[in-house]
Ligand binder design. Structure first.
Ligand code: C2E
Ligand code: MG
Ligand code: MG
Ligand code: MG
Length: 294
């Protein structure tokens, strides 16, 4: 490592001493090397059926195991990765890695409905000319079950590039790749414009879920979103469920899927295997308790 080789500039590395600009430049430099140095990891957060209490699949979330800083979360590096374009190689890496992992789990944990994998795509990555070529190659390499890959993009990607996105979505649909709108509701004004697009799932943003009370108070927006989703034959996933009390109002509103710290934080692949083996007492207990509250 640079530090032990005593290179000037690395030996004195100290987070506290750096100005924000230098710190950012340092992160950017480090990020350029992080892929080849295999410092990125994928964590997996289960998506749970609120009706059957089973894990239906996972969302893949990027983590960076930085040699000096420790585990770095997306909020710190995704914005820089987007500005510099590094998000593109990083994005292909996590898509490939998540599909590779999914294919293994689908063989290990067989069920009538194969496990699914959600992967986030940034706007830049989604509008890359070689998106379909990359996806086709990854599908061929990893051999995941047809229909088990779900791509997450935000509303603004659709609204800002309607023509491109419409064509892409049709191509993705041919491959039975599902499209989810992430953080749905945060761009509420554009709600009606989505019905022209083949979108399979709306993920309701955590901000709407966290304000729901135990008796279903403050759930008007969630209710409106679910009603809209039904008329467009879309599934709904509630993001960021943290409290047991939030579950029964969601079930009552006919929201069938959920994700959040209540069930599990994002975990590494070993953690995900434990969840799949049902060894996470916490997950089982949480859900059966939450459902019995109903
Ligand atoms: P997201 O796609 O909306 O992912 C959900 C985020 O909410 C994750 O944060 C997850 O850890 C967090 N979360 C889940 N349940 C709860 C909960 O109950 N309470 C709270 N407080 N938070 C919860 P994370 O992993 O830090 O990721 C943040 C964002 O970074 C993601 O939001 C996504 O927009 C972006 N991101 C992460 N991985 C990737 C990636 O591989 N590619 C791209 N383009 N973006 C990514
Ligand atoms: Mg997401
Ligand atoms: Mg989200
Ligand atoms: Mg979010």
């Amino acid at each position: 490592r640079a530090r032990s080789q005593g290179k000037p500039g690395y030996a004195i590395f100290d987070n506290q001493m750096l100005s924000p600009t230098v710190d950012r430049l340092q992160l950017e430099t480090d990020m350029r090397r992080a892929i080849e140095r295999q410092e990125f990891q994928v964590h997996y957060q289960p998506i749970v059926s609120l009706l059957t209490h089973q894990i239906t699949g996972f969302e893949a979330l990027l983590r960076w195991q930085h040699p000096q800083r420790g585990l770095v979360f997306p909020a710190e590096f995704i914005p820089i990765a987007e500005e510099t374009g590094l998000i593109i190689p990083m994005g292909w890496w996590i898509l490939r890695e998540a599909c590779r992992q999914l294919s293994i789990w689908q063989q290990q944990f067989q069920s009538p409905q194969p496990l699914t994998m959600n992967v986030n795509l940034s706007c830049k990555q989604f509008t890359q000319p070689d998106l379909l070529a990359q996806i086709d190659q990854i599908l061929e390499e990893t051999n995941i079950a047809v229909g088990s890959l779900k791509l997450e993009i935000t509303e603004s990607v659709v609204i800002d590039n309607p023509e491109l996105v419409k064509d892409l979505l049709l191509e993705l649909k041919k491959r039975q790749i599902h499209l989810c709108i992430d953080d749905f509701g945060t761009g509420y004004s554009s709600l009606s414009r989505l019905h022209n697009f083949p979108i399979s799932t709306l993920k309701i943003d955590r901000s709407f879920i966290s304000r729901i009370g135990a008796l279903g108070e403050n759930s008007e927006i969630v209710q409106a979103i679910i009603t809209l989703a039904r008329t467009m034959s879309m599934d709904v996933v509630a993001e960021g469920i943290e409290l047991l009390e939030q579950v029964s109002p969601l079930v009552a509103l006919q929201c069938h899927y959920g994700q959040g710290f209540l069930f599990s934080k994002p975990v590494d692949s070993d953690g995900a295997i434990k969840l799949l083996r049902g060894k996470s007492v916490q997950l089982e207990r949480q859900i059966s308790r939450s459902v019995s509250v109903k």
